[in-house]
Write a protein that binds this ligand. Structure first.
Ligand code: SAH
Length: 468
């Protein structure tokens, strides 16, 4: 989400005549984009802001801005704490950035602009340029969050849920695909709570039913050139029967879902206000896993939430085994300002949090390894995204399977492979990725290369730092 916001800031600035520089000392404007979902990200900001003080002293004309969730959360306080900052700008005020910078250049006093656009939500449309699009791009479908997970700062920093009209979403996806993108990841804080009066109503009046499955159908129908569709991150509440059905029906959907669970203990889930029990999550996950024979799932887990006992943690490990996640992001609980859980004592000792995280990662890595091992010897459809690191003088490209495993392949001579879906025989499993060889038929079917080197897989980042 932050990288995506940084790209929109870069576009807004470029459309006002700004160009990117690769060194901070050459810059007339430096924007630090920030995340505050865990404290570590905030610490990073403090250190980056500190580092910019000497630069501002040498060059008082440079405009220094802090954007994103820390900006939203701290507002004026940031300006008071760091006297060398000029601008603080919230996630809903990105479009105003060029005008605010001009004000600063004209000598206006430092300013914090952190107003939510609740009545007239704005979604900045991406402006992909033909031939410059990455193979895989992100598209925003909603912003804000109406859940009240007690650990989470997002409802405070991103405001209430606002949905982008599906027509705009489809339009942007079509533009990305025209510009060369092959895969789209839909982005939203609770991406599966989507609503739009233009789409057919949900199948039932169950409040957990949203129009997200209909959005997926509409995208699949309207953009036939799209090869793969993913989304992040859904809330388990909306992982209904209709969502599982759409996974079984639409070939464009990846055979993988990242569905954050946070804990496997009912007692902790309740204190987290996740509104889903262990048994409910498991049933929903199994229903999704059953949608495709080779479906996989990954999740997010917080360890050491206030009051978490060994028994609670064991229930989390049980759930990880029961679902058989092939990927997992784990975090130590981090008390956040304004989050309802601040009222609970952060009583799990740091050492226990570390131990639990290590055990969780151990279990998850074992599951990932076992899963990757089952793929050796199989043939996978790999969407090649770009160049990866060269190895022993050979040029490698990397892509992902229609689930989510990363696959490294040697770049074939004289053939254009980036952006293509290629049949790859998997020959080896590394700890977190696979190595494969394209089948002879797949190589033969690839278009001839025009002599250009493969573009780098990683999107060119403008010097806007992302603090996540
Ligand atoms: N709504 C977004 C949330 C992004 S935050 C989504 O569903 O993707 C990503 C993850 O950070 C969360 O799923 C959670 O596991 C973790 N997280 C959020 N708040 C946290 C906190 N206070 N302490 C530790 N981890 C947290």
């Amino acid at each position: 989400m932050n990288a995506h916001d940084s790209d929109r800031m870069a576009e807004v600035l470029e459309s006002h005549g700004w160009t990117a520089t690769h060194s901070a000392s050459d810059a007339d404007l430096i924007v630090l984009n920030t995340c505050s979902v865990r404290e570590k990200a905030e610490q990073k900001l403090r250190s980056e802001v500190g580092k910019l003080a000497p630069l501002k002293a040498r060059n008082p004309g440079v405009v220094l801005a802090v954007a994103g969730c820390v900006a939203q959360q701290e507002g004026e306080k940031l300006l008071a704490r760091a006297r060398h900052l000029d601008l603080v700008i919230g996630p809903d005020n990105i479009a105003e950035l060029p005008a605010l910078v001009v004000e600063q250049m004209a000598g206006a006093p430092p300013r914090a602009r952190t107003v939510f656009d609740i009545d007239a939500p704005r979604f900045l449309a991406a402006a992909p340029r033909a031939g410059k699009a990455p193979v895989s791009a992100y598209v925003t479908t909603m912003k804000g969050c109406d859940e009240r997970c007690s650990f989470c700062i997002v409802p405070y920093t991103r405001g209430p849920e606002r949905y982008r009209p599906s027509r705009e979403i489809v339009g942007e996806i079509a533009r990305w695909v025209d510009a060369g993108a092959r895969e789209i990841t839909l982005l939203g804080q609770t991406v599966d709570s989507f609503r739009d009066a233009e789409l057919p109503s949900p199948a039932s009046d169950d409040p957990d039913e949203s129009q997200f499955p209909e959005l997926l159908r509409r995208i699949a129908r309207a953009v036939p050139g799209l090869k793969r569709l993913r989304y992040a991150s859904p809330h388990p509440r909306h992982a209904t029967e209709s969502l599982a059905r759409v996974h079984a029906q639409l070939d464009v959907l990846a055979h993988h879902v990242h569905l954050p669970v946070q804990s496997g203990s009912d007692r902790i889930l309740k204190r987290m206000i996740r509104r889903t029990t262990h048994a409910e999550y498991l049933a929903r996950a199994r229903r999704l896993l059953a949608a495709r024979a080779d479906m996989t799932m990954s999740t997010d887990i917080i360890v050491g939430f206030p009051g978490e006992t060994d028994r609670d943690f064991e229930a989390t490990l049980d759930l990880v085994r029961e679902v058989g996640f092939t990927g997992l992001f784990g975090f130590k609980y981090s008390p956040r300002p304004f989050a309802p859980s601040l009222k609970l004592t952060d009583d799990v000792p740091e050492e226990t949090k570390s131990e639990r995280l290590a055990r969780l990662f151990d279990l998850a890595e074992g599951q990932t390894r076992a899963h990757l091992a089952t793929l050796v010897g199989t043939t996978q459809h790999v969407l090649v995204e770009g160049a990866s690191k060269a190895l022993a003088g050979r040029r490698l490209v990397e892509g992902r399977t229609h689930r989510n495993e990363i696959v490294h392949v040697e770049e074939p001579e004289g053939r254009a492979i980036i952006g293509e879906i290629v049949d790859v025989e998997i020959v080896r499993a590394n700890k977190h990725s696979l190595v494969g060889i394209p089948t002879a038929a797949a190589l033969e079917a690839l278009p001839r290369a025009d002599g250009r080197a493969a573009p780098n897989r990683h999107r060119r980042m403008l010097p806007l730092l992302s603090g996540s």
